[in-house]
Design a protein around this ligand. Sequence first.
Ligand SMILES: *Cc1c(COP(=O)(O)O)cnc(C)c1O
Length: 355
Amino acid sequence: MQEIKITKTTTPRFRPEPDKLGFGRYFSDHMFLMDYDAGQGWHDPRIVPYGNISLEPSAMVFHYAQEVFEGLKAYRRADGGIQLFRPTANIARMNTSCERLCIPTIDPDFYLKAIKTLVKLDEDWVPSAPDTSLYIRPFIIATEPHVGVHASKSYIFCIITGPVGAYYPEGMAPVKIYVESRDVRAVKGGMGYAKTGGNYAASLRAGEVAAELGFSQVLWLDGVERKYIEEVGSMNVWFKVNGECITPALGGSILPGITRDSCVHILKSWGENVSERLFSAEELFAAAQNGTLEEAWGCGTAAVISPIGRIEWGDKDVDVNGGGIGPLTQKLYDYLTGIQWGRIEDPFGWIVKID
Ligand SMILES: *Cc1c(COP(=O)(O)O)cnc(C)c1O
């Protein structure tokens, strides 16, 4: 395996107080970089002080959005140790995203070593206050200076990290969402299953409109029939209807969330009836009307579990679980975060310790 050359910083970065972290605003002292050039492959892995990257304005990422990213966290245990949650799943997913966007993949073992080496070097950036963690953001961008549409011949793979607080500073509270009827974020055959910036660009307008109207997320429908529920904002989504835990089946347009997959495993281990299937907005609102809609929540690495308290669809408007946090939603949150922070034994083999 290639050696990672380390250059330590001489000017440590600003460290906010634990209660002022917010999400995604502060970055640790160091970053990982590696270059790709056609004919040479991935080369020169290195850890350097966090800082600017210099690119030509003609670099292809600026014009054709050839880019992929990931998001995972390092957690501080009560005994002071540090651990990652399912990092190999993030690594595998990034390589799947790479394949979709014609970006060269990265050796999974080397990728994990890069994450571990970086987090270890900046280990005192992993916060220890309740609900805080170190967010890890790996990404690859196309750097070839060429205005012309083809797969780039050069890339940069970069990993930055930064301490984050709870995604919702006021604590987990049910959010209000509405069914988006104008925009779609992805279609089968497109890039919906890849974690790539283009999907986010496509989702921004609906998110802005929703925020103006006082909603915190939109519920995306499929792009073909405009019937079936896909995701909520940039999270996967779950509904509990008449005892059945339903999440939309992965069909190419939905991002295969690692939190979603963890929910599938945990719920099944509890003996819950889990269905990955088509679930339409019609069926959701019918369930709400006949009283069988029990709970609804979004899930993703950033917020973990986000209860949904109210859903609007055109002129229809329903409360979920009386607008409060459902018991299964709360139990999932407690269990999943318990495993992630090491308060609960991990029966699934998901935890990778760094120390
Ligand atoms: C990252 C992401 C998710 C959640 O995935 P996790 O692996 O659980 O963090 C869901 N939807 C979209 C669109 C995403 O980009």
